[in-house]
Design a protein around this ligand. Sequence first.
Ligand code: FAD
Length: 464
Amino acid sequence: MAKHDVIVIGAGPGGYVAAIRAAQLGLKTACVEKEYVGGVCLNVGCIPTKALLHVAEDLREAKHAKEYGIDFGEPKVNPKAVNKWKEGVVKKMTGGVKMLFKGNKIDLIEGEATFTDKNTIKVSDKSYSAEKFIVATGSEPIPIPGFEVDNETVVDSTGALVVTEIPKRFLAIGGSAIGLEFCDIYNALGSETTVVELMDQIVPASDPDAAKELHKSFEKRGITIKTGTKAVSQKKTKKGIEVVLEDKEGKQETVTVDKLLVAVGRRPNGKNLGLEAIGVNVNERGFVPPANNHMQTDVSNIYVIGDVAGHPMLAHKAMKEGLVAAEHAAGKPSAYDTIVPSVIYTSPELASVGMTEAEAKEAGYKIRVGKFPMSASGRATTLGTNEGIVKVIGDEETDILLGFHMVGPSAGDMVSEAALAIEMGATLEDISLTQHAHPTIAETFMEAAEHAHGMAIHIANRKR
Ligand code: FAD
């Protein structure tokens, strides 16, 4: 029986990063993968969606260019070529992970792993033993009864990535990151696009001011948004898929579409691994909650990371947890204790880190808020946009930055400056005093911090 120091189960962003770090630290490492190296993120998640969002952005830019005096003519989309390009991007990325495995002498075991005891797993009738294991089995889409995915007209996120033709009418059930990114893509490709969200705002977990900005921008682009609305049933007819929607008052309407995306969240892959039988706590939803911030489970030689370990289900959180687990397994005192930025890569992007206004108040802070609109940014104007806002939330007593929420160009990159500021305990004054190059989108963060003190230069301030 092959014996390793550590075996990682799942080669997604959590698992492959953990395996590489374990190998870097001198552990004899293997990684088991049942479907695709790179996991959801590289194969059917982060990477292919961003490739399609790039196509969407170029399409929009080509149309907008007329406003700047360049006429490319009406762009023509070849869906098959778009699909091929996206697949090429995925292949490059997943091939890169396989090369990294080889370079770090990580054994890749193909197949589905189940535990037989706390030091042994079975993969296709072969047993493998290790001192330590890192469970990184990820998550899968949550189905809705009555909206069974056929991966042709009724699709989940994986099906929606296959752009073989452009549907005339596209509807997404779920107004969070995945639903909105696909609305952005299909709207740019030319579909009449609608998104239905059960809660009262899109991106329900985000700051309401940021959600409002994105809402406005989507509507301006012709995307129909129905919040406080539930999709109750669907029926395939000659006219298309008839979807019955119901608002909070119980009023129903039928919308007919050609492609229906079900994107109401993801559920963890914690069951069917044999973990319960060896004493690892798997909760009723299938999460395997870590017992401490070293990412160990109740059975201390078994670690858990990524989507299966809990929310937020994001690739960078999985990667960070993977580093912590691998380092701790190698005897280092690593612990997971960082804030998690989040980005929705629509146009404009929405990015947040730290607390929302409501969360800060609930935590007992007296807060100071600063806001700066993109319409007052020189750089945004040169980019031909005035959509978006930066909002900062600080502690009135200490001036420490508690939260950052942004809608606008490069928000996905900007959020890392805010994350660093929060990690370093920066104050709003620190951000105001930092020279930001001009003209950049980053200046909007500085001006929002100045606005919180009633001292923004390029907008009116409230009385100090
Ligand atoms: P996964 O990536 O799910 O990988 C788990 C792996 O384990 C899979 O390859 C699976 O085959 C394997 N596996 C499962 N069970 C077994 C077993 N028993 N034996 C062997 N192998 C097994 N996150 C972001 O941060 N940014 C984004 O832009 C973003 N965009 C997304 C877009 C979409 C459409 C989707 C669906 C998700 C997106 N996410 C994004 C979320 C992100 O993909 C996940 O948070 C991330 O992939 C989680 O990583 P993971 O390593 O925990 O699991």
